[in-house]
Design a protein. Sequence first.
Length: 203
Amino acid sequence: MYYKIELKDHIRVPPNMFDLDVEEAVIKRIKKKYDGYISNELGIVVDVCALKEIGKGIIIPGDGSSYYEAKFEVLSFKPELQEVIVGRIKDIVDFGAFITLGPIDGMIHVSQTMDDFVSFSKEKTLAGKESKRSLKINDVCRARIIAISFKDPLNPKLGLTMRQQGLGRLDWIEEDEQKVEKKGAKKEVKKEGKKETKKGGKK
């Protein structure tokens, strides 16, 4: 999920940026520090949205730079357990598929790609034995986040599943919904038929 988060930090502006407007210099330094920043608390920072407030510049003895206390807002992607996301299949390997969610990629283990026995082919596809469904690179899919790890801040990991109802390749979901609608329509027809028989029997 995407969030706008307000932060406060002391921003260091080096002497080679003193020729810039203070606001411009501070924004550039914030972007350099926070664009792509990853942590368990913030998630993945996508962009610095707005500079809210800048305090007075302070120079620390022995350091020629200026330090400004700044309030600013960042846009961050923070994945949550059980969150349902839509992404595009980036790569397929024998143990599963990698799906890109924009600022981060997730991994769908082969056992979680579909509710079927799945096999991998050299053409980089995953195929279901009974369903005859196949998953390939660039397919757009809906998946659920089932594992999150920020142990390595430079390489956060997401585990996803597509086995549950309403998940999977988007056209699979559409097919399943149509099947459910057809079953529902057949049940209604049967109910109507039974009602008519009962009415006829009373006569």
